[in-house]
Design a protein around this ligand. Structure first.
Ligand SMILES: NC(=O)c1ccc[n+]([C@@H]2O[C@H](COP(=O)([O-])OP(=O)(O)OC[C@H]3O[C@@H](n4cnc5c(N)ncnc54)[C@H](OP(=O)(O)O)[C@@H]3O)[C@@H](O)[C@H]2O)c1
Length: 295
């Protein structure tokens, strides 16, 4: 298959690029002209075209001769992606969304649902895949930071009781799920959640990550109420903040999802967090981002 891939320089897209090539497909990557990460694609055997996923014309040009579009760069670009795919007479479109489409917080779910609607109404041979939080290397923006913090600090603050559920997915497992969604005809016209193997309470996730590093931090539970009130006050005063008060509320929300449909149609079988995080620790040690193992 000749596949146009967006987001190839990112965490998930890069794994997908490697999978496409290793499975014998032709990959063409659409990369922003100002991407600081284009050199990551050197030597991977893909054709590189410059352009933005928000630019329907650029997408349309990039789609010439392609059989499928694997859009990883963000479901917010669905209007230009769908517009270009229709104009190009494309046969197959796979779009990566997010399980935050299931959030009970409208500010998270409504934009994702709206964009999913654009894909569903496209009239194309579409599939939507929704990862949970993706982890698995120094490129992830969450577990990698958690591990580096745990590596340095004997104390770890937990906002709230730490009982809310998380189900992060290892980047290679997520990529395999997305890839199978692209190549299996049964996936056309369907949406799939792609979470990790099973849900974990947040405190257990932190303890599991710490164990993988060989550390035993003291978990200090901080009440969410005062933090949220302080953030609300700061927002009223228009102070710049790293996190919104709504996001603090969302920390209480369970992010656990079954994956029966992906297992049935895609043979989706993600690894447990304990195994994935051990691999990530090994990788971070290899690149010197966490301390060597104490023997
Ligand atoms: N990471 C997670 O925890 C998570 C969870 C749920 C869903 N997802 C979804 O999964 C997808 C991949 O996530 P990720 O973590 O791999 O993302 P990432 O590492 O941040 O990579 C994003 C990729 O998209 C490219 N990109 C962004 N805007 C673009 C544009 N306007 N035109 C062309 N390319 C553009 C980036 O290119 P540059 O090199 O130019 O930056 C990069 O290659 C995203 O759609 C994300 O919403 C991610």
């Amino acid at each position: 298959m000749r596949v146009l891939l967006t987001g190839a320089t990112g965490l998930l897209g890069f794994e997908l690029l490697k999978l496409l090539i290793s499975e014998g497909h032709e990959a063409r990557c659409l990369v922003r002209t100002d991407s600081p990460n284009v050199s990551r694609l050197d030597g991977e055997g893909a054709e590189i075209l410059r352009g933005d996923a928000a630019d329907e014309e650029a997408l349309c040009r990039a789609l010439r001769g392609a059989d499928a579009l694997l859009h990883v760069a963000g479901i917010e670009y669905a209007p230009s992606v769908v517009g270009a795919a229709r104009r190009a007479g494309l046969e197959r479109l796979v779009v990566v969304g997010s399980t935050s489409a299931h959030s009970s917080f409208e500010f998270r779910s409504a934009p994702k649902k709206r964009m999913e609607g654009v894909v569903r109404a496209s009239g194309l041979d579409w599939t939507i895949v929704r990862p949970t939080m993706i982890y698995g290397s120094e490129r992830d923006k969450n577990v990698h930071r958690l591990l580096r913090f745990l590596d340095r600090s004997p104390v770890f603050p937990i906002f709230g009781p730490g009982t809310n559920l998380w189900q992060p997915v290892y980047h290679e497992d997520c990529a395999r799920g997305v890839y199978e969604a692209l190549v299996r005809p049964a996936a056309a016209g369907r949406s799939y959640d792609l979470p990790g193997a099973s849900p974990l309470p947040y405190a257990t996730l932190v303890e599991t990550a710490a164990r993988a590093l060989g550390r035993e931090p003291r978990l200090v539970r901080l009440s969410l109420g005062p933090i949220r009130r302080a953030l609300l006050l700061a927002e009223t005063l228009r102070l710049p903040l790293p996190i919104k008060s709504e996001q603090v509320l969302r920390l209480r929300e369970d992010k656990a999802y079954p994956h029966d449909e992906a297992r049935r149609d895609l043979d989706y079988a993600p690894r447990p967090f304990e195994r994935g995080v051990a691999l990530e620790v090994a990788r971070l040690r290899e690149v010197g981002l966490v301390k060597p193992k104490i023997l």
